[in-house]
Design a protein around this ligand. Structure first.
Ligand SMILES: Cc1cc2nc3c(=O)[nH]c(=O)nc-3n(C[C@H](O)[C@H](O)[C@H](O)COP(=O)(O)OP(=O)(O)OC[C@H]3O[C@@H](n4cnc5c(N)ncnc54)[C@H](O)[C@@H]3O)c2cc1C
Length: 654
């Protein structure tokens, strides 16, 4: 039946006798419009009801907890807290629903969201160590936050990352042994017959966040895994295990060890549902049942402009928030009996604190903001993962280039893929998140980087001996400018990123107006070792690209300036120039309201309480003491799960 439908569609398109030009026009305008309409229709059926009349929110006399920002952590926290009917929760989100947007729901389309109004069009300061360029830094303005716009890769970092958090805070509840329960609490892992080596019993099975596999992966991405094992990167069946995250994945057959044959159908483990749609914090945690709770109010298009405080007997307490839907809009207020929790993300949590008078005193005064509490750490310690992309020609011309069709056969392929995804609901190419295979390595691994070739000893910035400082991943298509620019030939891409940079930067206010985007400066590659480690990563990737079986999938004799087949011949100096030229964000900023002892410039303590203020906490990527050795969304969920537990217990005790 499915095949019949697809061949019927193909015949129909052929009978239309479209010339390549017509096909291009059809796809460029009508096709896109049709796609958007179909998607709108599909998604509108699932659109949820949230409070949009902000006056209604202020009418409730008091909430117990007000959460600022309905992003990855914010939705999780709101949902968990409101499980207790005695806790009255208000969640205020600056953007609208993400589940109502087709570009968010359909994995392959998330790049299309980045240049829209649903994403803050933030750019960094010129990067002095990256050729003075400013970098595009998209941050979601949607319920679900960046989990509504991200690449859905479900790897959580290394267990030793969290042991390091625990040691810093002298609080064992953050150690992997104890904190890992919150990863399993949010997870609903879907075992897959193609992945028999994954120990499903070690994964969560009843949490709200469905973790599973897409059902498409390109041949070169499978070959990448084998090429990695051929140069000495061990295979690991699961990146999220207690023994650490080092190695390369994925693979399906348990016969791998014997035959060394990679034969999987699926890509990395991802946040994806049974219809191969995105799982975001909103879709997972704000279900209809949760939204039906009388003690939970979720308001959208509600941007918090500042926290409200009360000072009595020398003690300052957060008592509520002020919010509005637009720069000129009416300012509303809502009050919290117990706690205000800021979950506005690594860029905006420090912004909200500073707008409210909590932050570095001199900086606040320079913007005529009355200093309520001088807290120098707010906005400092910004860290992000820098990435370098390498582009290759796909030798067999089988890439997903048809997703941006330029001729009739490609147009047909796209329509078939659309039918497969939207009509048949069987996934296929539109269900890809692009990140297919990945490897985690250490830059001091002497098998991969022999001392004879890499004599320099670089500072060890990993969180422990089982933890990586470099990640590689593959995409079945090369792109530039965050997906805006594709190549006119079939391509395949390899990416190297630095997991534990030494370089840190800052978030500062541009002005005291909450609608002005803050100033961000990650200081990419400021530290010598950051560039040196990325150089090692790029050298190794270039070697992997020329190692079988991957080498046979790439057209290494294809000579073109904008492709990297000759890159391995460059000197270290030339490669470093290229790295500084190309370095971009992997969209993982953290640590701007760092959980750390107060004397070490910390902003929150180990219970995520803002130093010096009562009733105020921060809960999102901004509290990470150090950046995780992997992808950041998982720890955002887990931190929120932990805080929800903590708050529920403390409310019951009081
Ligand atoms: C393009 C992209 C790809 C990524 N890919 C991956 C990936 O594959 N895997 C992975 O693990 N991680 C990935 N990440 C990173 C990950 O998604 C983020 O680190 C994580 O989601 C951040 O969660 P958060 O809760 O800190 O903040 P966010 O999810 O950003 O939430 C902050 C929320 O607060 C709201 N807000 C801000 N200010 C206010 C205010 N004043 N009032 C009210 N609301 C406000 C925002 O609108 C937003 O909804 C990616 C990120 C991006 C952008």
């Amino acid at each position: 039946m499915a095949l019949h439908n697809l061949s019927f569609l193909y015949d129909l398109l052929r009978r239309l006798k479209l010339t390549p030009r017509r096909a291009q026009l059809l796809l460029g305008s009508g096709g896109l419009a049709a796609l958007v309409l179909v998607l709108r229709y599909v998604c509108s059926k699932k659109a949820k009801k949230y409070v949009t009349n902000l006056a209604e929110v202020g009418r409730v006399s008091q909430y117990d907890v007000i959460i600022v920002g309905g992003g990855t952590s914010g939705c999780a926290l709101a949902s968990r807290l409101s499980e207790d009917p005695a806790i009255k929760v208000l969640l205020l989100e600056a953007g609208q629903s993400g589940t109502a947007l087709a570009f968010s729901r359909t994995p392959v389309l998330y790049g299309k969201l980045l240049p829209t109004r649903h994403v803050l069009q933030l750019r960094t300061q010129p990067q002095p160590y990256a050729k003075g360029r400013t970098k595009f830094w998209p941050r979601a303005k949607l319920l679900g936050g960046c989990s509504s716009t991200n690449a859905q890769m479900a790897q959580y970092g290394s267990p030793e990352d969290f042991d390091q958090w625990a040691a810093l805070m002298n609080d064992d509840s953050w150690s992997w042994k104890n904190f890992s329960q919150y990863f399993t609490k949010f997870e609903c892992y879907q075992p897959h017959p193609g992945y028999p080596l994954v120990d499903a019993s070690a994964r969560g099975s009843s949490g709200p966040v469905r973790i599973g596999y897409f059902n498409s992966v390109s041949e070169p991405s499978k070959a990448f895994i084998k090429a990695c094992t051929n140069i000495g990167i061990p295979f690991t069946p699961d990146f999220n295990v207690s023994t650490g995250t080092l190695g390369v994945s994925r693979i399906s057959k348990s016969s791998f060890a014997a035959s060394n044959v990679v034969d999987n159908d699926s890509s990395q483990v991802t946040y994806v549902d049974e219809r191969r749609q995105r799982v975001s914090s909103e879709s997972a945690y704000l279900t209809e049942d949760v939204l039906a709770r009388k003690n939970l109010t979720v308001a959208v298009n509600a941007q918090v402009t500042r926290i409200l405080f009360k000072t009595q007997n020398g003690e300052t307490r957060a008592v509520g928030v002020q919010f509005a839907s637009s720069r000129e809009g009416t300012r509303y207020r809502a009050y919290a009996r117990k706690e205000v929790v800021i979950c506005a993300g690594a860029v905006q949590s420090p912004q909200v604190l500073m707008l409210s008078g909590v932050g570095p005193a001199a900086h606040l005064k320079s913007h005529d903001i009355t200093v309520l509490h001088d807290l120098p750490g707010v906005g400092s310690n910004l860290v992000d993962h820098p990435v370098v992309d390498l582009h290759f020609k796909d030798k067999h011309d089988r890439s997903l280039k048809y997703l941006a069709p330029r001729n009739f056969p490609d147009a047909c392929k796209l329509f078939i893929a659309m039918a497969q995804y939207f009509v048949l609901g069987t996934g296929g190419p539109l269900a890809t998140n692009f990140g297919e295979s990945a490897a985690f390595v250490r830059s001091d691994d002497t098998v991969l980087f022999p001392k004879s070739e890499y004599p320099e000893t670089l500072p060890d910035t990993t969180s422990g001996p089982q933890s990586p400082d470099l990640e590689f991943f593959t995409t079945p298509l090369a792109y530039k400018e965050h997906g805006k620019v594709l190549f006119d030939v079939h391509t395949f891409s390899l990416h190297a990123y630095l997991l534990r940079p030494s370089s840190t930067g800052y978030v500062q206010l541009k002005s005291s107006n909450p609608w002005d985007l803050p100033v961000v400066n990650p200081n990419y590659l400021k530290a010598h070792e950051d560039a040196a480690k990325l150089l090692r990563g790029v050298r190794l990737l270039l070697k992997i690209a020329r190692t079988e079986p991957l080498a046979s999938y790439l057209a290494h004799d294809f000579k073109r300036e904008d492709l990297d087949h000759g890159m391995h011949l460059k000197s270290d100096e030339e490669l470093l120039e290229m790295i500084r030229e190309r370095v971009e964000t992997v969209y993982h900023p953290v640590s701007t309201c760092r959980m750390a002892p107060a004397e070490q410039n910390g902003v929150v303590d180990s219970q995520l309480r803002v130093y010096g203020i009562k009733g105020l906490r921060v809960c999102d990527a901004s509290v990470f003491p150090w950046i995780v050795s992997g992808h950041t969304a998982g720890a955002c969920y887990a931190v929120a799960e932990k805080l929800a537990d903590m708050l529920k217990k403390s409310f019951h005790a009081s």
